[in-house]
Ligand binder design. Sequence first.
Ligand code: AMP
Length: 283
Amino acid sequence: MKQPVVVSTVSDLRKAVSAWKRKGFSVAMVPTMGALHDGHVSLVEKALEAADRCVVSIFVNPKQFAPTEDLDKYPRQLERDLNTLGKAGAHLAYTPGGAEMYPEGFDASIHIGGPSQGLETDFRPQFFAGVATVVAKLFLQATPDYAIFGEKDYQQLCVVKKLCRDLDIPVEIVGAPTVRDAFGLAMSSRNAYLSTAELVVARKLNLIMRETGAELADGANPEIALQQAKDTVVGAGFDRVDYIAAREAGTLGHWRPGLPGRILAAAWLGRTRLIDNLDIPQT
Ligand code: AMP
């Protein structure tokens, strides 16, 4: 089975990327936490459209998990991932260990205001500092021209764009549409945690969000429509809703009808937390 070249140190990564740049190749990076699925593959495809060479990082970033979260049980399947990347045509896999990324004494943390406020931060206060810090490090290590991020993690995409803008990081951030299964469920490495019965319930989330988005586009009162959506999600079998919110699509600030909007949700099914988001149709 064809696999990409694998490097695990910053020094080897830099050597490989410098060799490409000497040949005049442009470079696109796809940061991931592994357990790759078709959503990740679509990012690799987009990377290969944007640039001559594609590097995919696989690193389960401890700094974006709270002590109570699923860091230890997060799925890890490197051999399978490397086969997936080989098939997708990625050139290089970067698989740093924890000590390579965060050596003894590491103490930096990047705070991004703006789009990182609210939504995920209300429930995972450590999350975006962890993401911004690791993404900044990955960009400084790999110096890509482009980086591809999924709209699946829409707030994260907005935060990474802001990170590059505020810190003058010369990487063009490209967003890629969410890849879904035949029932509209957004693909996620965490879907592997779902039982068969939970999967049936999970597939209802996108439908409820789509209906709510259509209601908002039709002029429904946002507060009432979003509360109804939360009740419907719980009625459909979810255990708890962290949030279902409508936000302005670019800043993630306040949304009102007429502005480009996004509906974003996070909800619990057993011990699995699912997130999703959709465009609010423009009328
Ligand atoms: P993760 O490995 O979950 O941290 O995700 C790595 C990248 O893949 C992020 O940019 C995600 O937004 C993106 N991604 C995850 N799931 C999907 C999906 N279903 N469709 C498109 N992109 C995705």
